[in-house]
Ligand binder design. Structure first.
Ligand SMILES: [Zn+2]
Ligand SMILES: [Zn+2]
Length: 166
């Protein structure tokens, strides 16, 4: 199943466009504050040389941007996993020191998969589609217990299960 395998690139594609725009804006705002506002209110001697200072400004802008992108990611990713999206988005914003993010990545549910028959999002631990009753996980035709698609023999009743995997 290719849906369960997620590469970094696929995960980045999940981030909504609005999060990219906010991240870009935050980056620009940090540059503006660090390079235009701060030098006006401090003595030139108190700041490091301009190349160093602008490097610090760029890095800080990038860090801010990445945090915003990650918030956007959690917002969308929690939705497609059938989790409480609003709660988790607020949690990663409010909880300090990235603990909200750590908690999210530890506790997040597996991705939901679309039901092959009706397209409803089905939790990864579901055996049947809640909308149409389709058997999402392959079952042994003899004893009805869930088995893996590549099994040749049922591990519970020992019968041959040359099933057609969907
Ligand atoms: Zn269905
Ligand atoms: Zn069986």
């Amino acid at each position: 199943m290719s849906q369960s395998k997620s590469t970094f690139r696929n995960e980045v594609a999940v981030i909504p466009a609005v999060a990219w725009w906010i991240a870009l804006f935050a980056w620009a705002l940090v540059q503006f504050v660090m390079l235009c506002i701060v030098p006006h209110h401090t003595q030139p001697k108190e700041l490091p040389p301009l190349p160093v200072w602008s490097l610090i400004a760029t890095t800080m802008g990038v860090i801010f941007g990445v945090i915003i992108l990650m918030i956007g990611y959690v917002n969308v990713d929690s939705k497609r996993r059938g989790m409480n999206s609003l709660l988790w988005t607020l949690l990663v914003i409010i909880v300090p020191k990235a603990l909200g993010f750590i908690a999210y990545f530890l506790l997040r549910k597996p991705l939901m998969i679309p039901c092959p028959k009706c397209g409803t999002s089905v939790g990864s631990d579901f055996r049947f589609c809640p909308k149409c009753g389709y058997a999402v996980t392959p079952m042994c035709a003899h004893c009805g217990r869930s088995i893996q698609a590549d099994y040749v023999c049922c591990p519970y009743c020992g019968k041959n299960v040359a099933v057609t995997a969907t």
